[in-house]
Design a protein around this ligand. Sequence first.
Ligand SMILES: [Zn+2]
Length: 77
Amino acid sequence: MQTNKNAKCNKCLNKFYQKDIYTIQQFQYKKEPNYQWTLKFFNKLKIGEWDSFCEKCIKQYSEQLDIAWNNQKSQVL
Ligand SMILES: [Zn+2]
């Protein structure tokens, strides 16, 4: 049984188990925004595809992403 918490979240700096790592790559399965847009958005926040985050922080980023996407959609209309 693995007991070492050897992964670290890039945002809150909490330690957690390697198997619980999340990255922004999981957003490529979102219906929208498309992944290209998602990468650009996180690039502005200086977040790369390989940065690791805990579940709590990736959820926060997911919400930020949705808000930003909805904002830019309404700007286009
Ligand atoms: Zn975190």
